[in-house]
Design a protein around this ligand. Structure first.
Ligand code: 2AM
Length: 184
Protein backbone atom coordinates (compact mmCIF):
# COMPACT_ATOMS: atom_id res chain seq x y z
CA UNK A 1 0.00 0.00 0.00
CA UNK A 2 1.46 3.44 -0.87
CA UNK A 3 2.44 5.56 2.14
CA UNK A 4 -0.12 8.18 3.14
CA UNK A 5 0.07 11.04 5.62
CA UNK A 6 -2.50 13.04 7.53
CA UNK A 7 -1.95 16.59 6.29
CA UNK A 8 -3.30 20.10 6.65
CA UNK A 9 -2.38 23.65 5.67
CA UNK A 10 -2.19 26.11 8.54
CA UNK A 11 -0.75 29.35 9.84
CA UNK A 12 1.94 28.92 12.44
CA UNK A 13 1.80 30.95 15.64
CA UNK A 14 5.27 32.28 16.53
CA UNK A 15 6.67 30.66 19.70
CA UNK A 16 6.69 33.84 21.86
CA UNK A 17 3.01 34.35 21.07
CA UNK A 18 2.28 30.64 21.73
CA UNK A 19 3.78 31.10 25.18
CA UNK A 20 1.79 34.30 25.85
CA UNK A 21 -1.42 32.55 24.83
CA UNK A 22 -0.91 29.58 27.12
CA UNK A 23 -0.13 31.89 30.06
CA UNK A 24 -3.32 33.81 29.34
CA UNK A 25 -5.22 30.50 29.00
CA UNK A 26 -3.94 29.31 32.39
CA UNK A 27 -5.03 32.61 33.97
CA UNK A 28 -8.44 32.75 32.31
CA UNK A 29 -9.86 29.23 32.12
CA UNK A 30 -10.76 26.82 34.89
CA UNK A 31 -8.29 23.88 35.09
CA UNK A 32 -11.15 21.43 34.39
CA UNK A 33 -12.52 23.37 31.38
CA UNK A 34 -10.92 20.96 28.90
CA UNK A 35 -7.67 19.34 27.79
CA UNK A 36 -5.15 22.08 26.97
CA UNK A 37 -3.32 21.99 23.65
CA UNK A 38 0.46 22.24 24.06
CA UNK A 39 2.01 25.61 23.20
CA UNK A 40 3.98 24.18 20.27
CA UNK A 41 0.78 22.73 18.77
CA UNK A 42 -1.15 26.01 18.61
CA UNK A 43 -1.91 26.86 14.96
CA UNK A 44 -4.72 28.13 12.75
CA UNK A 45 -5.90 25.56 10.19
CA UNK A 46 -6.55 26.87 6.67
CA UNK A 47 -7.50 23.62 4.94
CA UNK A 48 -7.67 20.09 6.27
CA UNK A 49 -6.59 17.48 3.71
CA UNK A 50 -7.01 14.20 5.60
CA UNK A 51 -5.04 11.07 4.70
CA UNK A 52 -3.18 11.91 1.50
CA UNK A 53 -0.96 9.74 -0.70
CA UNK A 54 2.59 10.92 -1.42
CA UNK A 55 1.60 11.59 -5.01
CA UNK A 56 -1.40 13.71 -4.09
CA UNK A 57 0.65 15.55 -1.45
CA UNK A 58 3.17 16.48 -4.15
CA UNK A 59 0.40 17.76 -6.43
CA UNK A 60 -1.14 19.82 -3.61
CA UNK A 61 2.24 21.27 -2.65
CA UNK A 62 2.83 22.22 -6.27
CA UNK A 63 -0.54 24.05 -6.39
CA UNK A 64 0.20 25.76 -3.06
CA UNK A 65 3.50 26.99 -4.49
CA UNK A 66 1.64 28.82 -7.27
CA UNK A 67 -0.36 30.95 -4.84
CA UNK A 68 0.54 34.62 -5.12
CA UNK A 69 -1.04 36.58 -2.33
CA UNK A 70 0.05 39.46 -0.15
CA UNK A 71 0.56 38.96 3.57
CA UNK A 72 -1.90 40.32 6.11
CA UNK A 73 -2.24 41.08 9.79
CA UNK A 74 -4.16 38.61 11.93
CA UNK A 75 -5.71 39.83 15.16
CA UNK A 76 -6.78 37.23 17.70
CA UNK A 77 -9.34 39.00 19.85
CA UNK A 78 -12.27 36.58 20.15
CA UNK A 79 -12.83 33.31 22.00
CA UNK A 80 -15.62 30.78 21.96
CA UNK A 81 -16.77 27.28 22.86
CA UNK A 82 -18.24 24.83 20.37
CA UNK A 83 -20.04 22.29 22.53
CA UNK A 84 -20.59 19.85 19.66
CA UNK A 85 -16.90 19.49 18.81
CA UNK A 86 -16.04 20.20 22.47
CA UNK A 87 -13.48 22.76 21.41
CA UNK A 88 -12.57 26.08 23.03
CA UNK A 89 -10.95 28.42 20.56
CA UNK A 90 -9.29 31.77 19.98
CA UNK A 91 -9.89 33.62 16.73
CA UNK A 92 -10.30 36.93 14.95
CA UNK A 93 -13.49 38.92 15.57
CA UNK A 94 -13.09 40.23 12.02
CA UNK A 95 -11.12 37.81 9.81
CA UNK A 96 -8.89 39.71 7.37
CA UNK A 97 -9.83 39.33 3.72
CA UNK A 98 -6.38 37.89 2.93
CA UNK A 99 -6.96 35.06 5.42
CA UNK A 100 -10.34 34.16 3.91
CA UNK A 101 -8.94 34.31 0.37
CA UNK A 102 -6.00 32.07 1.25
CA UNK A 103 -8.19 29.52 3.04
CA UNK A 104 -10.78 29.51 0.24
CA UNK A 105 -8.11 28.96 -2.37
CA UNK A 106 -6.43 26.11 -0.47
CA UNK A 107 -9.80 24.51 0.28
CA UNK A 108 -10.84 24.76 -3.38
CA UNK A 109 -7.55 23.22 -4.53
CA UNK A 110 -7.97 20.45 -1.96
CA UNK A 111 -11.56 19.76 -3.05
CA UNK A 112 -10.54 19.65 -6.74
CA UNK A 113 -7.80 17.18 -5.82
CA UNK A 114 -10.36 14.91 -4.16
CA UNK A 115 -9.80 15.83 -0.48
CA UNK A 116 -13.18 15.98 1.23
CA UNK A 117 -13.94 19.49 2.47
CA UNK A 118 -16.56 20.09 5.13
CA UNK A 119 -19.56 22.04 3.77
CA UNK A 120 -19.46 24.15 6.94
CA UNK A 121 -18.20 27.69 6.35
CA UNK A 122 -14.58 28.35 7.26
CA UNK A 123 -14.38 29.69 10.81
CA UNK A 124 -10.76 30.62 11.45
CA UNK A 125 -9.71 29.51 14.92
CA UNK A 126 -6.81 28.36 17.06
CA UNK A 127 -7.93 25.43 19.20
CA UNK A 128 -7.01 26.05 22.85
CA UNK A 129 -8.80 23.21 24.67
CA UNK A 130 -10.28 19.91 23.57
CA UNK A 131 -12.84 17.69 25.32
CA UNK A 132 -14.55 20.79 26.68
CA UNK A 133 -17.84 19.01 27.29
CA UNK A 134 -19.32 21.23 30.00
CA UNK A 135 -20.30 24.89 29.86
CA UNK A 136 -17.12 26.99 29.78
CA UNK A 137 -16.81 30.46 31.32
CA UNK A 138 -15.14 32.52 28.60
CA UNK A 139 -12.74 35.38 29.36
CA UNK A 140 -14.13 38.90 29.24
CA UNK A 141 -13.43 40.71 25.97
CA UNK A 142 -10.39 42.98 25.93
CA UNK A 143 -7.65 40.51 25.02
CA UNK A 144 -6.00 40.96 21.64
CA UNK A 145 -2.86 39.76 19.91
CA UNK A 146 -1.85 40.81 16.42
CA UNK A 147 0.65 39.06 14.22
CA UNK A 148 1.93 39.70 10.72
CA UNK A 149 1.27 36.68 8.52
CA UNK A 150 4.00 36.30 5.92
CA UNK A 151 3.82 32.57 5.12
CA UNK A 152 1.68 29.46 5.33
CA UNK A 153 2.69 25.91 6.15
CA UNK A 154 1.89 22.33 5.21
CA UNK A 155 1.75 20.21 8.40
CA UNK A 156 1.72 16.51 9.04
CA UNK A 157 -0.30 15.28 12.00
CA UNK A 158 1.42 12.33 13.69
CA UNK A 159 -0.18 10.27 16.43
CA UNK A 160 2.33 8.31 18.46
CA UNK A 161 2.59 7.12 22.05
CA UNK A 162 -0.84 8.50 22.86
CA UNK A 163 -0.28 12.04 21.67
CA UNK A 164 -0.61 14.05 18.49
CA UNK A 165 2.26 16.15 17.15
CA UNK A 166 2.14 18.56 14.24
CA UNK A 167 5.26 18.57 12.06
CA UNK A 168 5.83 21.43 9.61
CA UNK A 169 6.79 19.91 6.23
CA UNK A 170 6.96 22.89 3.90
CA UNK A 171 6.41 26.65 3.99
CA UNK A 172 5.42 29.15 1.28
CA UNK A 173 5.80 32.92 1.53
CA UNK A 174 3.05 35.48 1.24
CA UNK A 175 4.33 38.82 0.11
CA UNK A 176 4.05 41.80 -2.12
CA UNK A 177 3.94 40.13 -5.51
CA UNK A 178 4.03 42.45 -8.49
CA UNK A 179 1.15 41.85 -10.84
CA UNK A 180 1.92 41.88 -14.57
CA UNK A 181 -0.47 44.83 -15.23
CA UNK A 182 1.33 46.91 -12.57
CA UNK A 183 4.48 46.73 -14.66
CA UNK A 184 3.00 48.65 -17.58
P1 2AM B 1 -9.60 21.67 15.20
O1 2AM B 1 -8.46 22.34 15.86
O2 2AM B 1 -10.83 22.52 15.10
O3 2AM B 1 -9.89 20.30 15.75
C1 2AM B 1 -5.14 19.10 12.69
O4 2AM B 1 -5.94 18.05 13.11
C2 2AM B 1 -5.96 20.33 12.41
O5 2AM B 1 -6.91 20.03 11.41
C3 2AM B 1 -6.73 20.85 13.60
O6 2AM B 1 -6.61 22.26 13.65
C4 2AM B 1 -8.16 20.45 13.37
O7 2AM B 1 -9.10 21.41 13.70
C5 2AM B 1 -8.20 20.31 11.86
N1 2AM B 1 -9.10 19.22 11.50
C6 2AM B 1 -9.04 17.96 11.92
N2 2AM B 1 -10.02 17.22 11.34
C7 2AM B 1 -10.70 18.06 10.54
C8 2AM B 1 -11.82 17.91 9.67
N3 2AM B 1 -12.41 16.74 9.48
N4 2AM B 1 -12.26 19.00 9.01
C9 2AM B 1 -11.66 20.19 9.17
N5 2AM B 1 -10.59 20.39 9.97
C10 2AM B 1 -10.12 19.35 10.65
Amino acid sequence: MPESKRLFFALEIPSPLQRKIIRWRADNFAPDAGRPIAAASLHLTLAFLGEVSAEKARALAELAGRIRQPGFTLTLDDAGHWPRSRVVWLGPRQPPRGLLQLANLLRAQAARSGCYQSPQPFHPHVTLLRHASHAVALPAPGFSWSLPVTEFTLFESVFERGRTRYIPLQRWPLGSFTRKDDDI
